[in-house]
Every structure is written in structure tokens, then in C-alpha cells.
Design a protein around this ligand. Structure first.
Ligand SMILES: *Cc1c(COP(=O)(O)O)cnc(C)c1O
Length: 718
């Protein structure tokens, strides 16, 4: 059947639609939209690392016009754009129903890092992932929300491992033109420029807007000609440089962020500080009020009413502390602006005001200047209350006003495409008449996961087949990466490439930042035992590791070195691989393809942990210490626990006990459940656990639930 060619007007409309799609990260959690770009250029989509804007730039206008004349492609584009517009214009949202006042006076969410997608690598780890997922769920919920962060033009580092098995870092420059970023312009169509004073120097900045579905996140950028080189480079790298760079970045984020929001006309009802990095925003809010005529005490009290603080770690290094000398160099303008003596400013960041030996702590500033504060799991709440007891002069930890909201993940965004298609299909079958907008909401409901976990919806055999597929996809991904890494395998190994990883073996994954408290190598403390396990041909086991150590963390790098060494030179060769350059894309492959997700932090230092939450929808089971979220999630039927709800204070004792418990759970619970197969080769008990995990964990540990909790408990209460 011959179709009429599209008119010029129709072509323009579709081209404009494609551009709008590419420039809103909504596509990163919409399958049909991703399929459009993949279909446009499958190789480009892969080579350009799933970057919709870059794919669109690669395809010439001429080709695009010809392609759009193909009815099936035009229809795909129309459908994706239609769904996008339906999403953007959807009126009857949770936010409009439950928090309409935030639509006028939004929540301003400040975070030093945001992780949205692998093409915009401006985050170091879990904190950024949480911020990105918070923004995506705020969009899905239709909440009044605006994000603020920095545009790091070299992002976080890319990781390779050199011939000594030592981590090496390199940086690549991000090109805003090839990213889903839009310059923030003033009324004249020129870049909107604001400024802050840092170390007595006026520093100017412009900003980029990231469209995350319905919400905007603004990234501040000091890379401007009029700035001195030191300040031009301030936003070069995520947590780059030394503590001097750090304090200056934080002044920019806090003070500059508030100024940008004001220049854009925002009147937020709550300023949410995601970690202490943004706490200088409180001083800018107080300054504004003093310009309006208030005295400091009054301004401070009013500022407090506007601010909320989330603390994310009990680990000492996670709390920025700046010595007095550095503060007086970088931040004395802040004191002058508030008409405060410098020591009074310092006291705002001290547990013991007046103690001139005590450095300035960003967490202390945030706690003092927020109307409410929260930790990110129940146990972390207990730990944080003890940690800050003296700051509040409380006689009992229970009296410290720090609550908790347990973290979550953006479920749809974290679900691998292969699985997302299948779950969506079951959703439409089980709940007739539903739409795409409904799916984005209902995939966070326990009803949907109960429906999915029902054997009438999906049989054990189907689940098991899917597990094989996901594991194989991961192994193919890992082998391709090993090939690129080159030195991980020799030429000879390459020829017998299939000797690396076995698509049928129980695959245990571990991927996260290589901070030492996460104890990446703990399982290999039982080296002889583990060698025996992997050598058992009847019940094979294998390990895939990934993760970055902070550039200045030599102890973390030593853990990577140990794993690399074991993977190349020990009896574990072929059964243990390290995939370099951990990022969101690698994370998605791993949390979907592994059978077991290993998490063995030194309790109680893992405030929440989120990577294990990403595994649930894929049917990968958690094997974890009862720390952070898992202490709340584990119920005896939905995964595996290492040890119990206690921990010795002595570190050596704790490591020994945990490694023995880990090995015991692995051999007495995990392996038998995985390898106990019926006549059809299906491990019924294992699959029952997968179903239990869907029902008991998926909706509970989603940011859809988490953002609702923040809204009810904190955003709407003053
Ligand atoms: C989820 C995620 C993390 C956080 O993992 P934890 O288990 O909380 O440490 C870190 N990095 C990336 C890339 C992630 O996707």
C-alpha cells in the first residue's frame, strides 16, 4: 500500500518532537523513546553510549527526513512523542492531589552530585544516584521540585587499571552540545550570569538546565572567561582538588544555587540539603532576610524554618571539616555579609562553640540550620542520634531530633530494557485499560508486584528462563569489557575466551564504590574454601566485581589491586573478573544479570545502600549483612542474611565473624537453594524467594514511596 509522503509541516513537527524527546531525560526511563533512538542508529546508540542527543546529531538532516518518510519509523516517533506529551501534561498527579502548594512554592533540592544516566557522569556514587532517582520520582509524582548542582565539565573520573593492577584515573571533557543540557538564558536570550564572592573574589557563573521529565535540575558552571583560572576550574571535576577546592565548590553550590533560583524567580517553600555539601545555602538565606531588615537571630530562625537536611553516612570522612585558616581565607565574606565576627561564623559549624581548635563542619552547620533532619534507614537513624547527641546536649540519644526515611530507587529507571518490556506486558494484561502514565505509577505499587509474583501470571519456568537470559547478557557484556580492558586477559586467554565465565554458574556480583568499610575482599579471606567452591564442577560458582576507589584513597585502590591480582594469577582465574569503570550502565548490567548480590559492609557504616534494591525487579537475590536497608527488608524468605542484628565493636573480631558467617550462609543456604533442581531443572525454592522479594521489597524500596514519605513528613510540615 502506497502512503502519501509527509508534508514539510509534518516533517518539521516530527523532527522538533525528536529533538524535544532527546533533550529530556525522560527517555532514560521510557522504553519506546529509547527504542526510537536505537532504531535510528543501532550502532550509534551503542558507540555513543546511549546518548540520544549525540545520536540525533550524527544523523544528517537529509537522512532523518528520508527515514521519517518510512511509515513505521514515523509511527514510532509519533507514539513516543505522544506518550511524552501525555506524561508532561498529565494533570491528575499525586503531587497535585496531595501537595498542590508545592507547585507554586517548590522544594529546592541541593546536591553536590546527581546521577541520571551514563552519558552525564557528574556523580561519584550512591549519593548521586539517590539524588537522580529522587528527581525522577518527583517528576513521576508531579511534585513541585527543582534541583541544584554543579556542572562538572570533566565529570567524575574514568577508571582503568594499569599493569601493576593499580587504579589509574583519566578525565574526558563533556560537550554540553552533545548532552541533554540547555543553557539557562535571560530575557534577552543571553546566558543568565550570577556571581558569588569566594576568597574576596567575585566569581561569576552561568547555568545549564537538565530536563528530568517534568522537573528541572540546574547545574552551575564557573567556566567563564572573566574568571581567574583557579575559579574557572572550580567546577571542573566532581570532588576534585583538595579541601580548598572543596570549600569553594560548596560556597558556589550553596550561595550561588540560591542566587540562581532567585534570578529565575523561584520562591521555594523548602530547601532540602542532600548531605552537608550544600549547607552554605542557609547563610545565603539568612543574608537575604537581613537585607530585608531582619536582625541576625531573627533571620537565622526564619531560615531554619525553610530548611531540611538529610545526612547520609556515619563514616567520618563523609563529613566535610574545614580548618579555621581555610575558612577565613575562602569564606570570610560569608561572615561579613551576615555582619558576624568571623569566630561567630565558625561557631555555626562547631559542636562546641568557642572552641577555636574545632574545625568548621558542614554537617553541624546543616543540623543547626534545619527545622528537621533525617537519616536514611532506621539503624542509621539510631547511629546518627548517638553521633550527634552532644551537639544537641541531649541526655539520651532518643531525644536527638533526627528521624529517618529509608532510601529507595527509581524502579522503572533501574529495570533493564529486556525485563521492562516483559513486566509492562504483564501489567497491561493484568490491569486492562491502563495507560503508559498508569504504568509509571503502578509499577511502584505492591498490587502490581503481587500480580507479577502470582504463578498464574508467570510460571517458574518462565522466570528461570529469564534468569538464564539475563545472566548470559551480563556475561557477554563482561567478556566484551574484558576484551577492551586488554591487559586483563592475555592473547592466549582470548582464544579460549569462553573459559572466562560460565553462563550456567551461580553468579555472585559485588559492585559499588571501593570505600574500605564496604570490605570488597572480605569473601576472599576464606580463600582456600572459595577455591574449593569454584572448582566444584557440579555446583559452579563465579564472581563479577566492579567499582571505583576515590583518587586519593590508596587503601581502596589496594583492594582493587588484590581482586585484580586474584583474577589474573590465582586459582580463581576464569571464575573471578573485575569489570573496569563502574558506572550506571555497568550497574544496570550487573544488578540484572547476577543471581546473588553480595553486600558485606562493616556494620553499622552502610547508612542505607541502594544497589541491592536495584536487583529485586530482576530476580537477583540479596546476600547481605543486616545493615542499612537490608536490616529492614530481609524477612527470612526473600533473600539471605549474613550474621544477625548485632555487631562486635572490635573491628578485627567483626571481620572474622562476618567472613565466617558469609561463607556459612553461602554454603548452607545459597548454594543448596540454587542447585536443588527438580526433574525439569528448575530450582523451585530459589524461585519462591524471587517471588517473595518482588512482593515484599520492590514497592517498599522505591523512590516513589520515599518521595511521598519526604513530602508527607517533611515538605508539607513546618
Ligand atoms: C546504585 C549505585 C551505587 C550505590 O551502591 P551502594 O550499594 O549503595 O554502595 C553506586 N554507584 C553506582 C554507579 C550505582 O548505580
Amino acid at each position: 500500500m502506497k502512503q502519501n509522503p509527509l508534508s514539510a509541516a509534518e516533517l518539521n513537527e516530527l523532527t522538533a518532537g525528536l529533538n524535544r524527546l532527546a533533550h529530556n531525560l525522560w527517555w532514560s526511563w521510557d522504553q519506546d523513546a529509547q527504542d526510537v533512538f536505537n532504531y535510528l542508529s543501532p550502532r550509534g546508540w551503542q558507540n555513543l553510549y546511549h546518548n540520544a542527543v549525540a545520536v540525533l546529531h550524527e544523523v544528517s538532516d537529509y537522512e532523518l527526513r528520508v527515514r521519517l518518510q518510512q511509515p513505521d519509523f514515523a509511527e514510532r516517533v509519533r507514539k513516543a512523542v505522544r506518550q511524552f506529551d501525555t506524561y508532561l501534561n498529565h494533570q491528575n498527579t499525586w503531587g497535585r492531589q496531595h501537595a498542590p502548594q508545592l507547585l507554586r512554592n517548590p522544594v529546592a533540592y541541593f546536591s553536590a552530585e546527581f546521577a541520571f544516566h551514563e552519558t552525564l557522569p557528574i556523580a561519584a556514587g550512591g549519593l548521586g544516584v539517590l539524588a537522580g532517582d529522587h528527581a525522577k520520582s518527583a517528576s513521576d509524582l508531579g511534585l513541585g521540585f527543582v534541583g541544584v548542582s554543579l556542572f562538572y565539565r570533566e565529570g567524575y573520573f574514568q577508571q582503568t587499571v594499569n599493569h601493576d593492577n593499580w587504579q589509574a584515573e583519566y578525565y574526558t571533557r563533556l560537550n554540553p552540545k552533545n548532552l541533554p543540557l540547555e543553557p539557562v538564558l535571560n530575557d534577552l536570550g543571553e546566558p543568565l550570569v550570577c556571581s558569588v564572592r569566594i576568597a574576596s573574589t567575585p566569581v561569576t557563573f552561568h547555568a545549564w538546565r537538565v530536563n528530568v521529565g517534568r522537573v528541572s535540575v540546574y547545574l552551575l558552571d564557573t567556566n567563564r572567561e572573566e574568571n581567574e583560572p583557579l575559579y574557572r576550574d572550580l567546577t571542573q571535576r566532581v570532588y576534585g582538588g583538595d579541601s580548598s577546592t572543596r570549600v569553594m565548590q560548596e560556597i558556589l553550590l550553596g550561595v550561588g544555587g540560591v542566587r540562581l533560583l532567585r534570578a529565575l524567580g523561584f520562591e521555594p517553600s523548602t530547601f532540602h540539603m542532600n548531605e552537608g555539601h550544600a549547607a552554605f545555602l542557609t547563610l545565603e538565606l539568612a543574608r537575604e532576610k537581613m537585607v530585608g531588615g531582619m536582625a541576625f537571630e531573627q533571620a537565622f530562625a526564619a531560615t531554619r524554618q525553610e530548611c531540611l537536611f538529610t545526612t547520609h553516612t556515619p563514616v567520618e570522612a563523609g563529613h566535610d571539616r574545614f580548618p579555621s585558616g581555610l575558612m577565613s581565607y575562602a569564606a570570610h565574606d560569608l561572615a561579613a555579609d551576615l555582619h558576624l565576627p568571623f569566630e561567630a561564623l565558625m561557631d555555626l559549624g562547631r559542636v562546641r562553640p568557642g572552641d577555636t581548635a574545632e574545625p568548621f563542619c558542614m554537617t553541624v552547620l546543616a543540623l543547626k540550620c534545619a527545622r528537621a533532619a533525617n537519616a536514611v534507614s532506621e539503624l542509621h537513624g539510631q547511629v546518627s542520634r548517638r553521633m550527634w547527641q552532644s551537639l544537641y546536649g541531649a541526655s539520651r540519644p532518643e531525644d536527638v531530633p533526627i528521624g529517618h526515611i529509608t532510601n529507595g530507587v527509581h524502579l522503572v529507571g533501574w529495570t533493564k530494557g529486556t525485563v521492562r518490556r516483559i513486566w509492562k506486558h504483564h501489567y497491561y494484561e493484568g490491569f486492562p485499560g491502563k495507560t503508559e502514565v498508569d504504568w509509571k505509577a503502578d509499577s511502584n505499587s505492591q498490587e502490581f508486584w503481587k500480580h507479577l509474583a502470582d504463578p498464574h501470571t508467570i510460571s517458574d519456568e518462565e522466570i528461570w528462563a529469564l534468569r538464564y537470559k539475563l545472566r548470559r547478557e551480563l556475561i557477554e557484556f563482561a567478556r566484551r569489557r574484558l576484551l577492551i580492558q586488554g591487559h586483563s586477559i592475555s592473547q592466549q586467554d582470548f582464544i579460549s575466551f569462553d573459559a572466562f565465565l560460565n553462563p550456567d554458574a551461580l553468579t555472585i556480583g559485588f559492585a559499588r564504590r571501593f570505600a574500605t568499610y564496604k570490605r570488597a575482599t572480605l569473601i576472599f579471606d576464606q580463600f582456600e574454601n572459595i577455591v574449593r567452591l569454584v572448582r566444584d564442577k557440579s555446583r559452579p560458582v563465579q564472581f563479577i566485581f566492579a567499582g571505583k576507589a576515590h583518587p586519593r584513597d590508596d587503601a581502596g585502590k589496594a583492594l582493587i589491586q588484590k581482586i585484580m591480582h586474584l583474577s589474573k594469577f590465582s586459582e580463581l582465574k576464569g571464575y573471578l573478573v573485575f569489570v573496569e569503570n563502574y558506572d550506571i550502565h555497568t550497574a544496570r548490567q550487573m544488578v540484572s544479570g547476577c543471581d546473588v548480590w553480595l553486600n558485606n559492609p562493616r556494620r553499622p557504616l552502610e547508612a542505607s545502600g541502594t544497589s541491592g534494591m536495584k536487583t529485586v525487579v530482576h530476580g537477583c537475590l540479596n546476600l547481605s549483612i543486616l545493615d542499612g536497608w537490608w536490616r529492614e527488608g530481609y524477612d527470612g524468605t526473600n533473600g539471605f542474611a549474613i550474621g544477625d542484628d548485632t555487631n562486635p565493636d572490635n573491628i578485627k573480631e567483626q571481620d572474622e565473624r562476618d567472613s565466617a558467617n558469609l561463607y556459612r550462609t553461602l554454603t548452607e543456604e545459597v548454594l543448596p537453594a540454587f542447585y536443588n533442581r527438580d526433574a525439569n531443572g528448575v530450582p523451585r525454592e530459589w524461585i519462591a524467594k524471587i517471588r517473595r522479594a518482588w512482593v515484599t521489597l520492590a514497592s517498599r524500596f522505591s523512590t516513589w514511596r520515599m518521595v511521598q514519605d519526604y513530602t508527607r513528613r517533611y515538605y508539607l510540615t513546618k
